[in-house]
Design a protein around this ligand. Structure first.
Ligand code: GDP
Length: 392
């Protein structure tokens, strides 16, 4: 299961990651020794934020390994923490679909409560469709593990989250630093009757929703369309519709490497030999069943990641393997994630969120994010450089 850990700076995200790795025995022995040694030299107790620094270092040295993923195992399953805190990559990867988070842990410092980034990150989760959230109220050791302090912060977080339509699965009082209620049950908070953080994660079920057959052509070699089945199943002889042109095609053969298959299902990467009038090209979407949305104008919320997004300027829209030139026809409103007030403007700057109308030069095929995330999110780029992202 893929998770992200978000929250305001210094509220304890790195420490929590270190603690999760340490208490689930997901760190190699020699790595722990090194960290202990480093902490001793600095005259400090084992500091878990260093675990992450040590991993960072290792990643920098071995440039070939996956740069943004950290793994740990609970009793039930293995987890990948996609992206470490503070990395801009997180947002970029999520909007482009390079990674998808099944759930999020929102870390809040019990003494500081809800801060600007707490709100911003929560809003980003909302925009990206990550609605399975566990709130970890951290640094409980600093308030003598007080139930009253916990309840106070819990209420203020709940108020903000509910105002943007999010309902977390649980609020867990933890001390990442001391290891209370992260993997091991704390004996300092008898008043807390819920599960520890990892048990709450284990409770989340990832249900892969079934959806009609969708195949997005990535490449075409001779008469074989290559790509991944995004959803559903396909059999030899099936009648398909090729979008956005809406012409019909019949499946003559399904190829998987050198094999020929009678049927195939998501998420297999296959080659399709088709019969029909149209010559399939990269970016064409082959469908069975329900009609997808074929759109040339989109009104939705987007988040600007870098630079700025301006009214009337030209960009490229990317949705899975589809590409289309586009223009920001209008910025309908900008959203202040702190106050949730709406304001007007002609430009979205870095980290700003707004509702925009995008006019495309040609039609693309999309689906609602809830039904099929791969075709439900898009990126906006200029000269190939990613600027913003959004979802349907
Ligand atoms: P990040 O910016 O959210 O990744 O925060 P860090 O993990 O770097 O933590 C910021 C500071 O808070 C560090 O000095 C940590 O040692 C400290 N910290 C983190 N968790 C706890 C905790 O549970 N209790 C206490 N007392 N300090 C903590």
């Amino acid at each position: 299961m893929n998770i992200v850990i978000v929250g305001h700076v210094d509220h304890g995200k790195s420490t929590l990651i270190g603690r999760l790795l340490f208490d689930t025995n997901s760190l190699p022995e020699e790595r722990i020794k090194e960290i202990e040694e480093a902490c001793r030299m600095l005259g400090r107790k084992l500091e878990f934020a260093y675990v992450l620094d040590a991993l960072e270092e290792e990643r920098r040295e071995r440039k070939t390994i996956e740069t943004t993923q950290i793994f740990f195992r609970s009793k039930k399953r293995s987890y990948t923490i996609i992206d470490a805190p503070g990395h801009k990559e997180f947002l970029k990867n999520m909007v482009t679909g390079a990674s998808h988070a099944d759930a999020a842990i929102l870390v809040v410092d019990v003494k500081e409560g809800v801060k600007e980034q707490t709100k911003r990150h929560a809003y980003v989760l909302k925009i990206l469709g990550v609605d399975r959230i566990i709130v970890a109220i951290n640094k409980m050791d600093l308030v003598d593990y007080s139930k009253e302090e916990f309840e106070g912060v819990r209420e203020s977080i709940a108020r903000y989250l509910s105002s943007i339509g999010l309902k977390p699965q649980a609020y867990v009082p933890i001390s990442a630093y001391n290891g209370d209620n992260v993997v091991k049950k704390s004996n300092k908070m008898d008043w807390y009757k819920g599960l520890v953080l990892v048990e709450e994660l284990d409770k989340i079920e990832i249900k892969k929703k079934g959806y009609d057959f969708r195949f997005c052509a990535q490449d075409v070699y001779k008469n074989i369309a290559i790509g991944s089945i995004l959803s559903g199943t396909i059999k030899e002889g099936d009648e398909l519709v090729v979008y956005p042109e809406e012409s019909e095609a019949r499946v003559k053969e399904i190829r998987y490497g050198t094999e020929r298959l009678k049927m195939a299902e998501a998420p297999l990467a296959i080659g399709l030999i088709l019969e029909g009038k149209i010559k399939v090209k990269r970016g064409h979407v082959l469908c069975k069943g329900k009609r997808p949305k074929v759109v040339d104008r989109i009104e939705t919320y987007v988040m600007c990641l870098i630079d700025s997004l301006k009214e009337n300027e030209k960009y490229e829209l990317l949705c899975y393997t589809q590409e289309a030139n586009c223009k920001i026809e209008r910025i309908v409103e900008k959203l202040d994630v702190e106050t949730l007030k709406r304001k007007s403007g002609k430009e979205l700057k870095e980290a700003e969120i707004g509702k925009v109308v995008i006019k495309l030069e040609k039609s693309v095929v999309m689906e609602e994010f809830e039904n099929l995330p791969e075709l439900g999110r898009f990126a906006i780029a200029r000269n190939g450089k990613l600027i913003a992202g959004g979802r349907i």
